[in-house]
Design a protein around this ligand. Structure first.
Ligand code: HH2
Length: 304
């Protein structure tokens, strides 16, 4: 089974022994157990407050929790695997016990493997297999869901060069190649999602174009993740700090939804949940209206 509907975006995403239906917007709540993340660094280092925050996100409508222990903000230095795991370990079991799927935001096989052993079911690799190709072997062996995100270079270098001839074509090409590498390592196609990597080595215009032409990524047939939440392209447009970018985040998520994105990695769950649920209801009504119009055209003349 490909998990792809006949003409449109993927309809389900398999993650270990479960699957996530993509016939509605799926929200991945962000849990950063880092001292230095760009918008919430240092707030959830303590396991109690991390679990409490994750529980609150689930109560507000998050479908899964994406937990990360290494900041990928522009210029961030890599964290050794041991240090990353030392931050994650005390938090993970409490989050897994919430009963929603947990994804681990890491580029390192050792960290991903320990997190999967601890109950995570998705690997979110912001390097798209560039940092550690063995992540694909691990995903294949465990059946974990795998998110391949596009980034140029590393967080330390990614904003040094944000010029592309055609940003969408280059990102689509890189993600298609990363997917193939995952398949070659034994991953099943309906377990591998893709993400354009908003804010990772892209200019303001590049980020906007990636959202505007997201349907070109959806056309690859994989579930599409997107993470515009509170990012600096919104700050550049609105001139407000990260905590005041929720309306901008919503606009970006809705624009991405109508172009085929199905998983939204965000900080502000309730407002994004409400906005996406309403936008989705309208999309479905538009689809139903289109179908009804099609049926009417096919009615034989004089049938009434
Ligand atoms: N963005 C961030 C981290 N992980 N994963 C995916 N798949 N897509 C994204 O867009 C993405 C991601 C960066 O955001 P955040 O976690 O809020 O900040 P930081 O990297 O500073 O921890």
């Amino acid at each position: 089974m490909s998990g792809r509907s006949r003409d449109g975006p993927a309809t389900r995403w398999r993650i270990r022994d479960a699957s996530i239906a993509l016939d509605r917007p799926v929200i991945a709540g962000i849990l950063n157990v880092t001292p230095d993340s760009f918008s919430d660094g240092g707030r959830f280092l303590d396991p109690g407050s991390a679990r409490e925050h994750a529980a609150a996100m689930v109560a507000e409508g998050a479908d899964l929790i994406d937990v990360g222990a290494e900041s990928t903000r522009p210029g961030a230095r890599a964290v050794p695997a041991d240090e990353e795991w030392r931050r994650l370990e005390p938090v993970l079991s409490g989050v897994v016990r919430l009963g929603v799927p947990v994804s681990v935001d890491t580029v390192k096989r050792e960290v991903a493997e320990r997190a999967l052993d601890g109950g995570a079911s998705i690997i979110n690799d912001v390097s798209g297999l560039s940092n550690d190709p063995e992540l694909a072997t691990l995903a294949a062996r465990t059946g974990a869901g795998l998110v391949l995100m596009h980034m140029r270079g590393t967080p330390r270098t990614m904003q040094d060069d944000t010029a592309y001839d055609d940003v969408v074509a280059e990102v689509a090409d890189a993600l298609a190649k990363a997917r193939l590498r995952a398949f070659e390592a034994g991953c099943e196609p309906d377990r591998v999602a893709i993400d354009p990597g908003i804010g990772f080595g892209k200019s303001l215009e590049g980020n906007l174009e990636l959202i505007a032409r997201l349907d070109e990524l959806t056309a690859l047939g994989a579930p599409v993740w997107i993470g515009p939440s509170r990012k600096s392209f919104l700050g550049a447009l609105l001139r407000v700090p990260p905590a005041e970018r929720v309306e901008g985040t919503i606009a970006a998520c809705v624009a991405a939804l109508v172009r085929g994105a199905r998983v939204f990695r965000v900080h502000d769950i309730r407002p994004v949940r409400h906005a996406l649920d309403v936008a989705w209801a309208i999309e479905r009504a538009a689809g139903a209206a289109g179908d009804a119009a099609g049926t009417r055209v096919e009615e034989p003349a004089g049938s009434r």
